[in-house]
Ligand binder design. Sequence first.
Ligand code: PMP
Length: 443
Amino acid sequence: MTHILHRSANAKMPVAVGGKGIELFDQTGKAYIDASGGAAVSCLGHGHPDVIAALHRQIDKLAYAHTGFFTTEVAEQLADRLVETAPEGIDHVYLVSGGSEAIEAALKMARQYFVEKGEPQRRHIIARRQSYHGNTLGALATGGNEWRRAQFRPLLIETHHIDPCYAYRWQKAGESDAEYAARAAQQLEDKILELGPDTVIAFVAETVVGATSGAVPPVADYFKRIRAICDRYGVLLILDEVMCGMGRTGTLHACEQDDIAPDLMAIAKGLGGGYQPVGATLLSGKIFEAFSKGSGFFQHGHTYMGHPMAAAAGLAVQDVLRRDHLLDNVVAMGGHLQRRLEERFANHHHVGDIRGRGLFRGMELVSEVDSKKPFAPELKINAAVKREAMARGLMVYPMGGTIDGVNGDHVLIAPPFIVNREQIDTIVERLGDAVDAAVASVK
Ligand code: PMP
């Protein structure tokens, strides 16, 4: 009997006992290709010798020093690196232990920024429907995924949601990308005007949407329009790149491809590649200045923030990424993955859309391709895909459909950045078999 409350209270989990490269091994010796990097975490795969060596060196030196008393060399080095490679305007870093903490810190920084500036009436957060920003209460309130929010609603701060930029579901027939980008972004301006421009703190969005919709990139110009609207009303733009950031889409930050820079950005997952729990909130100069010239401190903090082991993992992962030119591989293998998925699922009766950027790809599963009708949620097609994939030694990240009654189930494919062509071919082959078996099992 397990004494862990697992994600599924009654589920029997295989026991992971080891990992090497793109594979994980369970207690029976069975190997699984980690084609989702867990949840888009393991960007260097498992057992990377350079990261392990860096962690050994750090723990031999210093495991922990409370940030209320000390800074550490390794945390400073990681912050330097993150600023050096950050989008324009970002000049400070707040180191935390994961994605939800990074979002919570961003929300509170945004609010305190306006308090420091003498605009305490700003209180509204706007985000998007069908979004996920973490499971702590502030992050959960920000996310627009009704299924996750429903039972906790009485505990959630008030937030406001507009539609996502999700071409497969929301772009109208005959509407150009430019027209759709304008229409989707206009919802933000309308919402700001409805709430009162001087009452809005920030707009929060994932640059490329991961867990709730399956690697949905924005259409061209959407974020340029969003940036312009935020600037027009002095509203801060918070990008959530917890899942899509740190190289996953082929550029270090996904927003580089949209040619914009945020005021605040949350990163995690690929930052430490799973070798340690680590995340960060990146903040622009104007926000740092408001704190430094104002009260002098950001009123927040966690016991494990800036943890030396977490920083060592982050720094080592970023070193390997740069030294081995892995972003080039993300672009090349991402293109190969997209092509192979398109070949395998061409004319498939239940794959409605294949999309994404870099090694961040999603497939939307539907009961009918022509009408885009989702599978009934009670069929749990996503769980069937996961089960069939695991049986075939493949980890992908399927999620439930009809969130807010709109989208279908989807499968997220996010292999480590070290993946090669042959491995991608095997991933697509196993995934094809798993999807076919899953559909057969629910029919
Ligand atoms: N934001 C996004 C976009 C995420 O995908 C996640 C995790 N799936 C989070 C925030 C929360 O991160 P964590 O689970 O590390 O708290």
